[in-house]
Design a protein around this ligand. Structure first.
Ligand code: 1PR
Length: 523
């Protein structure tokens, strides 16, 4: 029996599912005594160091946790569950950590996007039974802006490179903790979890030792989901956001089945977009939550969900905050939420007043769950202009002139699934959202969506150069070469595609085979 410490933030469901898929039972800690009597304790953490420690203090968990950590019984900390073991963190100055390991938690100071999101490798620094069955060249899923810096180097189990070498896992006796998420790292992650569950086995050293690990470019499969006219929840796909063909909503399959298939085929992440979320309220749209719950049972890569993340008042006058909606998604198995329409309205407000309210969905969700949990989904379309003069938006010179030969354009943000254009451009929107706490940009493009004609490289470069958070390039994939084009002509960290995967035109495996040796990917 595994005791799982859930302090109320983040996706513990995935950890439970991953452990249970290995045949072990999980009991969620519901009081101090459960920590004291645990035989094996797993502590997954996400979000902000300060709010995590405050929640542990409020629940009275700090002292029993410290006692447990000194007891010699097995402990696995994940992500913030690793950082909690240290004395303090730059993320929350003045806030004490558990202090088992002398040292501090530092913010990444690199000339690269932060958070460090995606699949990266491990350099084993000492033998451990945790490595049994691993070759050494596997990649694991990371998502964090801070990393630990132990004073005593003997606790370092692995390091990873991102700009510089940082400590990606530690071991001190039976206390093991990883910065990466084994529960989100496919088979390699499950192998680590299994080794922890059977702690005490032979120590192993991975056969392959890489001197310098590399972050992989991610391939994301996207499932646009909505009810069709018969009331079934289906994966659909638009052509420039029009999902109907001869009047009917295109039906390309069932969401849970397709997500499983893409996971097995090697997708690095799965994104679900509830594309009618702007009119249906997601907490009444339970099937979407059910899709997440069922998918997370056996899909062990990160899951993002978007659609309808905003404040909402139902017909009985009950108000739900965007944070409550997001929390329900996280509890159901999501690792990140993506905010579309609401982000545009928030940015409009910010541009009008020049002030942050502290109450917007972006700010509230990132405060509790961390920046890395908040993706902004932008649905822009080109607006051509003959000259940049007098245009108040971010204008680019384009190599693809407009219908009247216009050599300039800007990218108008839209809401409600492209139905309504707004007076904000995509470059400005991305920059403001980063300031408000977003951790990643999902950059769609209505002009290219569903066309198979390749990505809008100009759009991706314009947005990427305005932010320091990762950008997911989306819309227009038609062949494997289009993925390579994004990765060689832009600095986007990942590419998202839908139609070519749903229609079976180019399976994920073929995209990866083509990219192999040309760009760093997870195989
Ligand atoms: O506004 O917060 O409720 O979120 C709604 C979400 O639903 C937004 O993320 C928005 O992008 C999405 N959405 C709304 N309507 C549509 C539609 O298609 N009618 N889908 C829609 C957006 C775009 C991508 C697509 C890529 C790749 N779909 O997700 O998967 O363009 O497609 P391709 O590879 O086939 O070219 P809110």
């Amino acid at each position: 029996m595994i005791a799982l410490l859930d302090y109320g933030a983040g996706n513990v469901r995935s950890v439970i599912n991953a452990i249970e898929s290995l045949g072990e039972r999980v009991d969620i800690v519901s009081g101090r005594d459960d920590i004291t009597s645990a035989e094996k304790l797993v502590f997954p953490g996400v979000g902000n160091f300060g709010s995590m420690m405050r929640m542990l203090e409020q629940k009275g968990y700090v002292e029993p946790l410290k006692a447990y950590l000194h007891s010699g019984r097995p402990f696995l900390g994940i992500c913030l569950g690793l950082q909690a073991l240290f004395e303090k963190s730059e993320e929350a100055p003045g806030q004490q950590g558990l202090g088992l390991i002398p040292g501090i938690v530092k913010r990444f100071e690199v000339d690269l996007s932060v958070p460090h999101i995606g699949w990266n490798g491990l350099n084993a620094k000492q033998p451990s039974c945790l490595f049994s069955g691993l070759e050494g060249d596997e990649k694991f899923y990371f998502v964090h802006s801070y990393h630990v810096a132990p004073e005593d180097r003997s606790v370092i189990l692995t390091t990873t490179n991102y700009g510089y070498e940082f400590v990606s896992s530690v071991q001190k006796g039976n206390v093991i903790a990883t910065q990466f998420h084994p529960e989100k790292s496919g088979n390699a992650g499950r192998c680590i979890l299994e080794n922890f569950l059977r702690l005490g086995g032979e120590k192993a050293t991975p056969r392959l030792v890489s001197k310098r690990t590399k972050l992989a470019k991610r391939i994301i499969a996207c499932l646009d989901v909505r009810s069709n006219d018969q009331g079934d929840l289906v994966v659909t796909k638009g052509d420039r956001y029009d999902v109907r063909e001869k009047g009917e909503v295109r039906n390309l399959g069932r969401p849970v089945d397709l997500a499983r298939r893409y996971y097995q085929e090697g997708a690095d992440e799965i994104t679900f977009l509830n594309i009618t979320g702007f009119r249906d309220f997601p907490l009444e749209d339970m099937p979407m939550l059910e899709v997440l719950r069922r998918t997370s049972e056996n899909v062990f890569v990160p899951l993002t969900i978007g659609g309808g993340i905003r404040d909402y008042t139902d017909k009985d006058g009950r108000t739900y905050t965007a944070l409550e909606v997001a929390s329900e998604y996280f509890r159901s198995g999501a690792d990140k939420v993506s905010i579309g329409s609401d982000a545009v309205l928030i940015v409009e407000d910010y541009l009008k007043t020049g002030r942050r309210t502290g109450r917007s969905s972006i700010e509230e969700i990132s405060r509790v769950y961390g920046n890395q949990a908040v993706v902004i989904s932008i649905d822009p379309r080109r607006v051509y202009v003959s000259s940049p003069e007098g245009v108040k938006h971010h204008v680019i010179e384009t190599g693809f002139p407009g219908p009247d030969g216009e050599r300039y354009c800007w990218y108008e943000c839209t809401i409600k699934g492209g139905r309504e254009g707004r007076d904000v451009d995509a470059v400005t929107l991305a920059g403001v959202c980063e300031k408000l706490g977003a951790g990643e940009i999902l950059l769609n493009c209505i002009d290219r969506d569903g066309t198979n004609s390749g990505f809008d490289i100009e759009l991706i470069n314009a947005v990427k150069s305005a932010v320091s958070i990762p950008v997911i390039a989306s819309s227009g994939a038609g062949c494997a070469e289009h993925f390579l084009e994004v990765f060689t002509k832009t600095d986007a960290e990942s590419v998202l595609a839908a139609g070519i995967f749903h229609r079976g035109e180019v399976p994920i495996g073929r995209v990866k085979d083509y990219l192999k040796g040309k760009v760093e990917i997870r195989l």
